[in-house]
Design a binder for this molecule. Structure first.
Ligand code: 6PG
Length: 484
């Protein structure tokens, strides 16, 4: 029987799990137990990394026995049914007060269900978002734990030891909220990631297919953008991808990749949940749909000879165009993040979580895929005004979109005449115009609803619900009101 000497354990030693285990082992004060369903993987890890001093077990029983109390184990397996099986095994071997952490990209409603079941056994279950990919897991991810405050007392310092550090030295981890809150916020993070990637892809498409820049030139442009407001991990890696040359053909790497974007589902979850919550996350929605459209080769082939603009746009002033695209990208990105934070507010209200939006923005400043300089401004906006109704209306962002809007409009109009699809840019601009409109055509929709379904409407000048007695002759309609 193994001796209880590890303060933390990791179950599931694929790339993310083994990198996280190595990260944990490299921090002062941690002794890390490891377990994998197949021993080969464990053996490879301990052989390749003797410096980590892992306590390795061949059976899950020995693994649990090698943990000090309260036993704390992080599960890093593919989200889905496998997670339930591992949770059950651990829960059967653990004792009240022990902590099971799910570090995969689980659906937050599964996490809520699992937390309830595990709590009934007196154990803690903590669904945790972990962002930063393989590199982040090894060197410092951004971590979004849910679960009880009590479990965070044990878990918090361990997670803080491995989290990325922002410029001010703060670790990128905070207790997000009870039960599924951590996985919910990670889901929104991924949704924003989709929107940000789509917007960057649209900027590339415009620079390439409207302005005629080559991939390597666009890489230089993105490097330049990365020195200003757009400074972010995604802009940085995009420049690297665009500079890559395919070894086999000598062509730009981006030209030899099949243009059908994959996904593992977290973007879809974000949109599905936002629809339920009634939050317009149009930027994320367009990003999910754009991936779906790209992955319909038969439809695309059938439509490939449909006409585009008769005399496509020629960009006269390329420098001005580049600057317009940069500003349009920034403004659209602000809208996408603003919408993502709206979804967090609505989720918190529905599921009863107290989520500190400033703290969320703070832990996204480093380690995660959407890390960006402007997250510092988001943190400031929510710290100054915790109940901010829309991020885009905070002073810094108001000024940013105001400065960008002429460029934004030109880019969306130019894209139309170039025949370049910009669902992200265009929907962000429409959202902005919708949000700032004094009157929306929703009034007309209310009229239509009342006409065909007697769905009633409210008046601008009187309380209550009203229904008009529509008749064939529109000049003779009668109106009846009722207050309730
Ligand atoms: C992260 C990433 C990570 C994963 C995405 C990829 O935060 O580290 O978001 O979780 O790479 O889920 O998502 P798709 O395969 O759906 O693009």
């Amino acid at each position: 029987m193994a001796e209880a000497q590890a303060n933390i354990g990791v179950v599931g030693l694929a790339v993310m799990g083994s990198n996280l285990a190595r990260n944990l082992a490299s921090r002062e004060g941690n002794t890390v137990a490891v377990y994998n369903r197949t021993w080969e993987r464990t053996e490879t890890l301990i052989t390749e990394h003797p410096e980590a001093g892992f306590i390795a077990s061949e059976t899950i029983e020995d693994f649990v026995a090698s943990l000090q109390k309260p036993r704390t184990a992080i599960i890093m397996v593919q989200a889905g049914r496998g997670t339930d099986a591992v949770i059950d095994q651990l829960a059967n071997l653990m004792e009240p007060g022990d902590i099971i952490v799910d570090g995969g990209n689980a659906l937050f409603t599964d996490t809520i269900r699992r937390e309830e079941a595990i709590r009934a056994k007196g154990l803690h279950f903590v669904g945790t978002g972990i962002s930063g990919g393989e590199e982040g897991a090894l060197n410092g991810p951004s971590i979004m734990p849910g679960g009880t405050k009590e479990s965070y007392e044990t878990l918090g310092p361990i997670l803080a030891s491995i989290a990325a550090r922002a410029d001010d030295g703060e670790p990128c981890v905070t207790h997000i909220g009870e039960n599924g809150a951590g996985h919910f916020v990670k889901m929104i993070h991924n949704g924003i990631e989709y929107a940000d990637m789509q917007l960057i892809a649209e900027a590339y498409d415009l620079l390439r297919n409207a302005a005629g820049y080559e991939p390597a030139e666009i890489a230089d442009i993105f490097d330049d953008w990365n020195k200003g407001d757009l400074d972010s991990y995604l802009i940085e890696i995009t420049a690297q991808v665009l500079r890559q040359v395919d070894a086999k053909t000598g062509k730009p790497f981006v030209d030899i990749v099949l243009d059908q974007a994959g996904s593992k589902g977290t973007g879809v979850w974000t949109v599905q949940n936002a629809l339920d919550l009634g939050i317009p996350v149009s930027g994320i929605g367009e990003a999910v749909f754009a991936r779906a459209l790209s992955s319909k080769p038969a439809q695309r082939a059938a439509a490939s000879d449909l006409p585009g603009p008769e005399s496509p746009l020629t960009v006269e002033d390329r420098e001005q165009f580049v600057e317009d695209v940069r500003r349009a990208l920034y403004a659209s990105k602000i809208v996408a993040y603003s919408q993502g934070f709206d979804a967090i507010v609505a989720g918190a209200e529905k599921y009863g979580w107290e989520i500190d939006l400033g703290a969320v923005a703070k832990i996204w400043r480093a380690g995660c895929i959407i890390r960006a300089r402007f997250l510092g401004q988001i943190t400031e906006a929510y710290t100054q005004t915790p109940d901010l109704v829309a991020l885009v209306t905070a002073p810094y962002f108001r000024e940013a979109v105001t400065g960008a809007q002429q460029s934004w409009r030109r880019v969306v109009a130019d894209a139309t005449w170039a025949g370049v699809p910009v669902p992200g840019f265009a929907s962000a601009l429409s959202y902005y115009d919708g949000l700032r409109a004094a009157r929306l055509p929703a009034a007309l929709i209310q009229g239509q609803r009342d006409f065909f379904g007697a769905h009633t409407y409210k008046r601008v000048d009187e309380e209550g619900s009203f229904h008009t007695l529509w008749s064939g002759d529109r000049s003779e309609v009668a109106q009846e009101g009722s207050s309730h």
